[in-house]
Design a protein around this ligand. Structure first.
Ligand code: PGA
Length: 251
């Protein structure tokens, strides 16, 4: 059975104290939920305290980026080993904000996916079309290029560990959500690409999250779609109550 994973993406938000406060509240709200993976992506500075704050609970911590080298002269960067050593479980990669503002290419993201897997963590690979792609009917083509590029060279066994997050760029932080039918259609296309790359058995087991203005009000309907296996949540993950409601919608 495919696993439902609800992941928060705090982006560049929260000091350590704010992170610990939110996670402490969240732990109480989601205690006992076992059939949904619960993940919070926090900024680098808060990761150590975040891991400690969720110890012994059903919440796991994700980093929001990594540099794909083991160590060395890369001033300002953070390696997979550094994240692994403090107890980080997932790494969000290829988010549209990183593609847009930091010019990350599919090749570079692919290096990161491999480095995260090699270090024993799990990548959350973000893909998604821009508004102009959707309007010109290029959604399937763009997402296929990102999937093939991001997962290039992986074995089926490695691919099985990857979570894919489909996030239409025009829906991120805009309050505009893809309709459940629209999202389902793209999720199915993405899964078909995964089938052609890694085979049916692996592709059917891979978690494909939806992201882009997911909130308590629309989560149930989105998560009811056959190929939507969770969510990557920005704005609505900043408060424990709204994030916990989305987790409950995933149950
Ligand atoms: P949003 O962000 O939920 O605020 O739209 C989602 C994301 O960027 O992962």
């Amino acid at each position: 059975m495919r696993k439902t994973i609800i992941a928060g993406n705090w982006k560049m938000n929260k000091t350590n104290a704010e992170a610990v406060e939110m996670l402490t509240e969240l732990k109480g709200l989601v205690a006992g939920i076992e059939n949904v993976g619960i993940v919070i992506g926090a900024p680098f500075t808060a990761l150590s305290d975040a891991v400690r704050a969720v110890e012994g609970s059903n919440i796991e911590i994700a980093a929001e980026n990594v540099y794909p080298k083991e160590s060395g002269a890369y001033t300002g960067e953070v390696s997979p080993l550094m994240l692994k050593s403090i107890g980080v479980k997932y790494v969000i990669l290829g988010h549209s904000e990183r593609r847009e503002y930091f010019h990350e290419s599919d090749e570079f993201i692919n290096e990161k996916v491999k480095a995260v897997l090699a270090a024993g963590m799990l990548p959350i690979l973000c893909i998604g079309e821009k508004l102009e792609d959707r309007e010109s009917g290029r959604t399937a083509e763009v997402t296929e290029t990102q999937i093939r590029g991001g997962l290039k060279g992986l074995t089926a066994e490695e691919a099985a560990k990857v979570v894919v997050a489909y996030e239409p760029v025009w829906a991120i932080g805009t309050g505009k959500t893809a309709t459940p039918e629209m999202a389902q259609e793209t999720h199915r296309q993405v899964r078909d690409v995964l089938v052609s790359m890694f085979g049916e058995a692996v592709a059917e087991e891979m978690t494909i999250q939806y992201g882009g203005s997911m909130k308590p009000e629309n989560a149930v309907e989105l998560l009811a779609q056959k190929d939507i296996d969770g969510g990557l949540i920005g704005g609505a993950s900043l408060k424990a109550a709204s994030f916990a409601e989305i987790v409950k919608a995933g149950k």
